[in-house]
Write a protein that binds this ligand. Sequence first.
Ligand code: FAD
Length: 382
Amino acid sequence: MQARFYKEEHQIFRKAFRDFVNKEIKPNAEKWEHEKGIPRDLWHKVGEQGYLCPWVDEKYGGSGAGFEYSVILHEEICRSEVPGVGGMGVHSDIVVPYIHHHGSEKQKEKYLPGCVSGDIVTSIVMTEPEAGSDLASIRTKAIRDGNDYIVNGQKVFITNGITCNLAVVAVKTDSKADPPHKGISILLIEEGTPGFSKGRLLEKTGANSQDTGELFFEDCRVPQENLLGEEGEGFKYLMHNLQQERLIITIDSQATAEYVLEKTIDYCKTRNVFGRPVSRFQHNTFKIVEMATEIEIGRAFLNSLIEDFINGKDITLKVSMAKWWITEMVNRVAYHCTQLHGGYGCMKEYYVARVPGDVRSMAIAAGTNEIMKVIIGNMMGL
Ligand SMILES: Cc1cc2nc3c(=O)[nH]c(=O)nc-3n(C[C@H](O)[C@H](O)[C@H](O)COP(=O)(O)OP(=O)(O)OC[C@H]3O[C@@H](n4cnc5c(N)ncnc54)[C@H](O)[C@@H]3O)c2cc1C
């Protein structure tokens, strides 16, 4: 389904990026999954081509490109078969927007050019071992001491956690605030700041090449000038930016479902059992038809959501609906596509076999699907 918001220049851009992915990324898929990471140098290569944060203003080194270009980058990354490259999408369209939306001029000048070139890798650092869905209950404290904050606490499940050299960290600057979310602020904490250390690269059920780590702050002294926006406004910033984060995860889920079904149809048409292609058995034909229908429904909903977002509409309700439905849909598609591959669907050297593990976290990260339904229920006045 061709979205109304694409023009000819977008299709030219898509082709150029797909060629880049096919040359520089896809051939390494199995290797990087096995090595559990992508080379740091790839960030620079991608940055040099203008594929990191293309939306950033030209005065900070970006191209000032529209959101359509970010959508294309995400969709094509999902066809690369390297989930680790998804960390670049998290950097470009989830973390860096915090600096762009809420940062001071000085912070933008200092950090944005490096974010565009690939010199700086960022992470968004909210979740703690005892606080995920209930973000207001985070315990990482930042206590004022002269012109600095002293930060103590622990974070977990952080995408780009091990690679990052700039962490955008949610902290409690007022642990007595009532309600508690009014005590949350955001600090920009640079790698190398004494007291900021990285823990384990976490072993996940999938997306092995994507870096997910633990971060620790122990008497970490952060200058007050690294406060993002205003003290006590952090929760508001998180709730604002989480809408785009949920949209991005939904785009990734939809694009992955489309790609894995495409690959499965090719396989089912060429693999013969009992003298005919797998796709020619009515059960399998119906299964493929059902998946294609769900994917088409997801695409129609998603395109209208992207259009709303581009037009500056409030997408909170619609993105919460899309996130739970499309992330569950890609999990269903992943299951049935591996089944249609028979034994090959269980072999890690086959991309399709990795997909169920890769997409599992889509229904959890950036707010679980249960939290999406809580939001929808509240907005429906239930
Ligand atoms: C691969 C991956 C990458 C991630 N990347 C990042 C990152 O970059 N930065 C970051 O800060 N975090 C990141 N996260 C963390 C993610 O945002 C949290 O895991 C998520 O918000 C859920 O929090 P939790 O794990 O503590 O689960 P919990 O909050 O403990 O939830 C446990 C269960 O209870 C359910 N539940 C919770 N509250 C309610 C409720 N009110 N009603 C009904 N059910 C409820 C949940 O849906 C879930 O099923 C990542 C997670 C994963 C898996």
